[in-house]
Design a protein. Structure first.
Ligand code: SF4
Length: 281
């Protein structure tokens, strides 16, 4: 049977630190509790399947000889089959977006100018005895300027300009910048977001489009990166073995309920009947 690439999360990636930053209790429910399970919604399924399709597309592009990988379309079908019915339901949408992606003239032009260096490769950054792992979606050399770029695939219903600006202060992207400059020095070109806009789930003819956007480098955020990682890694270590009732919560109006809906763990933290916080385990 052909190989299916793992396009999932890395062992101790930025997602863990970000979860603790957002709310230590969220970290507990996501990474310590044995009941931990991630909420699966249509956006997550579409994003995950398209990531798999992208991983297979660029991995196959990098091979000069035979390989044993699923084709991108078969990889997405196989992942959906393994995950279950909810995933299979999203396949028509996902395959439609993928077909449009490979036929897009701008995508084709971009692909004709890149050399694929790494796909779904795990890099490690050491910070004061702590390891931070990064699973890079794609690393390329752009033949137009000869420089190396990290490319991160982002799927979204709609892409807005502010979305990219937000990534300038994201630890995940700052980590890529730090790592890229360590590894390739002046040969490093920076970070590219490869947006796949799928148009959401309501419109009968969703607006599908693709664009690649550079993430701006911020020296002040890079200077703050090491102390930030060190601070949160020490806190995580301090709380790693504590029971839930000792975990702090971030008690603001932005955390449990936010603009995208409720926190994945809302039901675990609140008593549904009287809205009183639960007492924990
Ligand atoms: S529901 Fe609120 S308190 Fe509970 S994990 Fe989420 S953000 Fe933290």
């Amino acid at each position: 049977m052909p190989t299916l690439l793992n396009a999932g999360r890395s062992p101790f990636g930025w997602h863990r630190i970000q979860s603790f930053m957002q709310c230590p209790t969220k970290y507990y429910h996501s990474y310590i509790s044995k009941e931990s399970n991630r909420t699966v919604n249509r956006s997550l399924i579409v994003g995950s399947l398209l990531h798999t399709g992208m991983a297979h597309r660029y991995a196959i592009m990098s091979y000069k000889e035979d390989h044993d990988l699923f084709s991108p379309i078969d990889a997405m079908k196989e992942q959906a089959r393994q995950e279950g019915e909810l995933w299979v339901e999203q396949l028509p949408k996902v395959l439609d977006v993928y077909e449009r992606y490979i036929q897009d003239a701008d995508v084709q032009l971009w692909e004709s100018n890149i050399e694929v260096l790494f796909v779904e490769h795990i890099f490690t950054i050491n910070i004061e005895n702590y390891e931070l792992t990064l699973r890079a979606d794609l690393v390329i050399r752009d033949r137009t300027d000869g420089k190396v770029y990290f490319v991160d695939h982002k799927t979204s219903s709609y892409v807005r300009e502010q979305t990219t600006q937000g990534y300038e202060s994201s630890g995940q992207f700052i980590a890529y910048q730090v790592l890229g400059e360590q590894l390739w020095q002046d040969q490093f070109g920076g970070l590219v977001i490869n947006y796949l806009q799928h148009g959401g789930f309501v419109a009968k003819t969703p607006t599908v489009k693709f664009l690649r956007v550079n993430v701006q480098r911020s020296q002040s955020h890079m200077d703050a990166f090491t102390p930030s990682v060190y601070f949160y890694r020490r806190l995580i270590e301090q709380y790693q073995d504590k029971p839930l009732k000792q975990f702090p919560r971030v008690q603001t109006e932005f955390t449990c309920m936010h603009k995208y809906g409720s926190c994945d763990h809302y039901d675990k933290c609140f008593n549904n009947n009287n809205n009183k916080p639960s007492q924990g385990e």
